[in-house]
Design a protein around this ligand. Sequence first.
Ligand code: HEC
Length: 257
Amino acid sequence: MRTLSITTALVCLALLSSVNAEEKLSMSDADKAMYAELLENNPAEMEVGEGEALFNSLIGTAAYAKMLGVKEKDLPKTIAGFPRVVKAAGKVVTLSQSLQMALADQGKPVSKLESPEIVKMSAYVKSLANGQKTAIDVKANPQMKEMMALGAQVFEERRGGRGLSCNNCHSADIVGQRLRMQPLPDLGAKVTAAAGTWPAYRMTQGQMVTLDKRMQQCMENALLAKIPLGSREMVALEVYVTNKTKGNAIQIPGLKR
Ligand code: HEC
């Protein structure tokens, strides 16, 4: 069944006027050349390096593993399975939230999810699992099952003035079609590999962005009410989107348009 109705398509076209010029352009030849160059030398590598220094001075792998209740040598495998239930939290948390927990555990000030410290540290910690396959287990326990169901619901729910849902632009039957000249990405495709490639450097923004923040940017562009970072709904959405690309290799930092 087609989920993109004519009305929705018109609504999508109406969005043309509400985005900045840069976002309207698909990749030009110059952008493609820049992309190829940045693939060799991703500017976000520097931020990952800063994240490493921050993480080692504020938390450290031993304390982080202890807080997660795993052996240090099992960290990469554990990291590849986020979002997951962390016993100390008693609920499903994202990798970034687990870093907030570790900071609190160390008696350090707890930075906000959108703070540069958490963004950089989460990229570094996720890079410890580079080469591993994303291994979220949405059937691991009742909490994961519940968050997966909530995530699917949020993904399909039409919200905001234009009545659009994530699914309107990202459902299997319309991916590859174009919106504002941008191909609609299949979040489950190997090339997109959403779960394994965020945090990523966004060329159009000149900065590193996390997956939850990227999803907020879609909400902004499509005029859906913005779901707050760290909320149950946002964590659920991350569970759902991550599960779409389960099994793809982790490559941090990613590089995106
Ligand atoms: C109006 C259409 C539209 C809606 C609605 C929309 N998106 Fe998107 N989304 C896009 C487009 C177009 C891109 C790719 C843009 C680009 O190339 O940078 C994208 C990119 C993404 C990406 C990054 C993919 C990757 O890894 O490169 C994620 C994740 C995502 N969307 C999730 C969501 C979620 C979650 C929602 C619902 C809250 C949503 N989107 C709603 C059009 C939409």
